[in-house]
Design a protein around this ligand. Sequence first.
Ligand code: F6P
Length: 321
Amino acid sequence: MIKKIALLTSGGDAPGMNAAIRAVVKTALKNELEVIGIRRGYEGLLDQDFIEMKRGSVSDILQRGGTMLLTARSERFKTPQGLAAGAEILRKNQIDGLVVIGGNGSLCGAQKLNELGITTIGLPATIDNDLAYTEASIGFDTAINTALYALGNLRDTSYSHGRVNVVQVMGRHCGDIALHAAIGCGAEGVFLPEREPDIMGLCNIINKRRDLGCLLNIVVVAEGCPLSLEEIKAVLTKQTGAEVRTTVLGHIQRGGSPTSYDRLFASRLGAYAVDLLLKGASGRACGIKYGRLVDFSFEDALAIKKNLDESLYELFELLSK
Ligand code: F6P
């Protein structure tokens, strides 16, 4: 029988985290559970930065980006002492279950707490979409849409000036944002962390297009691409003679009101997490497969390596030429 649960958001924020918080709190209150919000992720856990979550705490947050519980990347918590201190604080405060909303590092933290005997459930939330066990993570859909909005604007001005625009999107290890955005905006080139950049191949494509009078060219580059924007710009300028501009979208992609997909997905996950806790589950990472919510042990979920979706890459290659 659980009576009191806690929840936190951790790592980089992601649009839809608030929708997940709201769903956890409302589902828990409906089941007469006490709910504690831990502010600033695992940092806040160690500082015991707790707030009691009531019905009113989550009103008017569904549509907001960011996280009302605030977030952090905690180095302290990663140490064995920090981890043990976190588990002890949860025990001392009689927390029967913890919901962690975050990305890879955050779910690893939840797994370690679980190994120390703390009942934990993890919800995937990261704009990077780099958790392989789930087909989506909270915030990814919104981030691509934000990137597409910006890329659309860049297309307009690039077309008018006949320029090449090289645009950096987020993703240090995972090229999902770049690949999805590149397909969605009809880019001519995409450079991903998972692939060697074929810059001469791109120059050939741009030169052929320029010969045909298509001066507008968009190249989407993931943060984790081994070539810097300046290096790419230098080669493109030299090999194509085109005027090249570079743009870094940066943290713009992390904010903004969540899309309908992220609101619904996050709401479903939040309610699902509480249901799992009520059923006595622990150490589960929740996600989605073929449209259905699923949960795996942290061990199984986090052991799966994220690979580039080759079929999407092939689709990009087909459509970008
Ligand atoms: O949350 C994921 C992410 O946005 C990555 O895409 C990016 O590389 C990183 O976080 C940036 O982290 P920070 O906001 O700490 O600079």
